[in-house]
Design a protein around this ligand. Structure first.
Ligand code: NAP
Length: 306
């Protein structure tokens, strides 16, 4: 079993750290802001008050932090991980960040001969808590293969995407699709409401057709329940949409749909919904159409099965 330093105990990091401890690894966790985390205490995770103490003696240093700025502050700034980590440690970054920041990290570790994987994740709070994330990793193949002992306990599947930075690139490619699905769900529910369709019936069709999606199922039900409590904060989705735009623009790849979605997300954040779930972007569309998406829909709705 490995000694793991886990840094960043937000929505995602908490579940990951608990599952690593539950798998039998010795986990020492650090978070910038000290927080009570009884679930981590119960899982046997040791808390540390400094990065230095956490990374000391670690076989693996893993972190899941908000954004480029957080990775800069925790990793690259003086007194950060890149300076303090022991040379025998393997470092794994599970955050969603820009390929440029990922390259900066890789260079800092490489300069000291330290093995590093960029390994962002798909899935949300529920998958993190259940150890069912989908991990996309970049780096050396043998490092990835050896790291399966700490990637498997937090994931349903792991995907080796190629050399350094390819995990970060794959994450942005995937998040383009996530954003498109949320925008499509919001536009279609709003149109359906305008047209007088029953929204439960609409979701019933979405659930079985050849364009079904777990996002439509989960988010659709939550929207009809008026539930925008955060699993994936809208402000993080804005960060990701901006990363996708920068990434695509840099490669000269057209993203007109994502740009439209980015505008919807920005309006929702400007409306003060940044701490709510990413699905709160849908509230912007509903507000523009002057409709309320919560509730089951019209009284005369019906569904027939055959
Ligand atoms: P979160 O709940 O907001 O947690 C963010 C973590 O980053 C916290 O531990 C926070 O520490 C830390 N942090 C932020 N700025 C920092 C700084 N300047 N210095 C040090 N620590 C800093 O976010 P999350 O939902 O867990 O997401 C974490 C990462 O996973 C993000 O890159 C996100 O895009 C990605 N992700 C999230 C989801 C999801 O559904 N939530 C899904 C896939 C990927 P404090 O507690 O001190 O603020």
């Amino acid at each position: 079993m490995a000694q793991i330093a886990f840094l960043g105990l937000g929505t995602m990091g908490r579940g990951m750290a608990a599952n690593l401890a539950a798998a039998g690894h010795a986990v020492t966790a650090w978070n910038r802001t000290p927080r009570d985390t009884p679930e981590l205490d119960a899982a046997g995770v040791t808390r540390s008050e400094s990065i230095q103490e956490a990374v000391s003696g670690a076989d693996y240093v893993m972190y899941c932090l908000a954004d480029d700025q957080a990775v800069h502050d925790v990793v690259l700034a003086p007194g950060g991980v890149a300076e303090l980590v022991e040379e025998r440690s393997v470092v794994i970054d599970l955050s969603t960040i820009s390929p440029e920041m990922s390259a900066e990290e890789a260079a800092a570790y490489s300069a000291r001969g330290i093995s590093f994987l960029d390994a962002p994740v798909f899935g949300s709070k529920g998958e993190a808590a259940a150890g069912g994330l989908w991990i996309v990793a970049g780096g050396a193949r043998d490092v990835f293969d050896d790291a399966k002992e700490v990637l498997d306990p937090i994931s349903e599947t792991t995907h080796y995407m190629g050399g350094p930075g390819n995990g970060a690139r794959m994450k942005l490619v995937g998040n383009l699709t996530v954003a498109a699905q949320l925008e499509a769900l919001g536009e279609s529910l709003t149109l359906a409401r305008k047209a007088g369709l029953d929204l439960q019936d609409v979701l019933g069709v979405f659930a079985v057709t050849d364009f079904r999606s777990p996002i439509f199922d989960g988010v659709g039900s939550a929207v009809l329940a008026g539930d925008y409590s955060s699993s994936f904060a809208l402000k993080l989705m804005l960060k990701d949409a901006l990363l996708v735009k920068e990434f695509a623009d840099g490669l000269g790849s057209p993203i007109p749909g994502t740009e439209a979605t980015l505008a919807t997300i920005q309006k929702a954040v400007d409306s003060g919904w940044g701490e709510e779930n990413a699905s709160a972007l849908i509230k912007t569309l509903a507000a523009e159409a002057d409709v309320d998406l919560s509730g089951a829909g019209s009284a005369n709705a019906h569904q027939e099965n055959k």
